[in-house]
Design a binder for this molecule. Structure first.
Ligand code: Z5A
Length: 211
């Protein structure tokens, strides 16, 4: 299986299983002989990690304009693409990223209701030609995602986790409509199914679409 230079992103609500399945996919990729570079958003570079802190745990509590939020997420991404993702792809690694530009389309566009054309233009500017070959959306109802996050019991919710159920319903709907609009790139998986089943389904999709 030759996956050299392929770019795979994971998307979905918090607690949908992205970290869990990235670990499992990477284990399988290594076993198949692929070299991988795994990263996450926001973050993945020294600048990006500082921006992550501002976005999720800024001292002002909940106060940040949606426009500033959009620009901070995309600034972190612009850095990550140029400093890490593009060089890794160029060297033949398989890049697996926990969230990418679809998160901005959905969270800042669909859920925060910023103008879709502005979000799309800023996204384009931030990533240039760097687009995922395959995006796996892990879909779970809002109640499931919230109960998984509660059970994880990691303490205080971050700035975005404090949004209400309607916000997260718009996030879920946003992902499902994106997947309808771009079915060749985006696959939706029912992540309420047992973890081992979702893991196998992901592996099959990677084979079918990329190998
Ligand atoms: N954000 C944004 O607004 N705009 C942007 O452009 C970007 C991001 C890039 C980053 O949060 C926040 O930034 C995020 C979107 C916003 N906010 N929200 N909400 P983050 O990086 O801190 O976290 P996250 O990306 O939201 O995800 P997470 O909380 O780390 O969850 P996860 O990685 O998807 O899930 P997990 O940790 O793998 O699994 C959660 C639990 O469920 C865990 O105990 C698992 O064992 C369990 N699990 C997983 N799969 C299953 C199945 N199949 N059955 C049962 N239990 C399962």
């Amino acid at each position: 299986m030759n996956l050299r230079g392929k770019f795979i992103t994971f998307e979905g609500s918090e607690g949908s299983g992205k970290s869990t399945h990235i670990q499992r996919l990477v284990r399988r990729l290594h076993a198949a002989g692929a070299e991988t570079f795994v990263t996450r958003e926001p973050g993945g570079t020294p600048l990006g990690e500082e921006i992550r802190h501002l976005l999720l745990h800024h001292r002002s509590g909940g106060i940040m304009s949606p426009e500033a939020e959009l620009l901070l997420f995309t600034a972190a991404r612009a850095e990550l693409v140029r400093e890490r993702i593009a060089p890794a792809l160029a060297s033949g690694q398989v890049v697996v990223c926990d969230r990418f530009l679809d998160s901005t389309t959905v969270y800042q566009g669909a859920a925060r209701r910023l103008a879709p054309e502005a979000v799309a233009a800023i996204n384009r500017f931030a990533v240039g030609e760097c687009r995922p070959d395959l995006t796996l959306v892990l879909d779970v109802p809002v109640e499931v995602s919230q109960s998984r996050v509660r059970n994880r019991g990691e303490g205080k919710a971050d700035r975005i986790e404090r949004e209400d159920g309607d916000f997260f319903r718009r996030v879920r709907e946003g992902y499902l409509s994106l997947a309808q609009a771009e079915p060749r790139r985006i696959a939706v998986l029912d992540s309420t199914r047992p973890t081992t089943e979702v893991e196998s389904a992901i592996w099959n999709i990677v084979h079918e679409r990329l190998a």
